[in-house]
Design a protein around this ligand. Structure first.
Ligand SMILES: [Zn+2]
Length: 99
């Protein structure tokens, strides 16, 4: 999780939800991919399921990336990021990094 994500999730609950969706979709995709690898599942069915999970993650990620364009809270975050208040935000994101 990068710094921008930390600040956005601390401020915007919608962003946090989208990020969680995105991460869980990625985890499911990853674990399924590992499962396919270890069990040497082959064939159309295993491939279709992987593609489906990958598409689900891609969709969640696209929504996450698009969200700040429509969200005043997240726009505020990026405005603050651009200002000369780095030190306070660094301290802030340090405390939320491991949540
Ligand atoms: Zn937002």
């Amino acid at each position: 999780m990068n710094k921008q994500h930390c600040i956005n999730t601390a401020i915007c609950t919608e962003y946090q939800k989208l990020l969680e969706d995105c991460q869980s979709a990625l985890e499911i995709w990853d674990s399924h991919r590992a499962e396919v690898c270890t069990s040497r599942l082959v064939g159309k069915e295993a491939g279709d399921e992987l593609l489906r999970l990958q598409a689900k993650f891609a969709r969640a990620y696209a929504v996450l990336q698009r969200h700040p364009q429509d969200c005043p809270l997240c726009q505020m975050v990026s405005t603050m990021e651009g200002r000369d208040s780095r030190n306070s935000w660094d301290a802030f994101s340090d405390s939320t990094k491991y949540v």
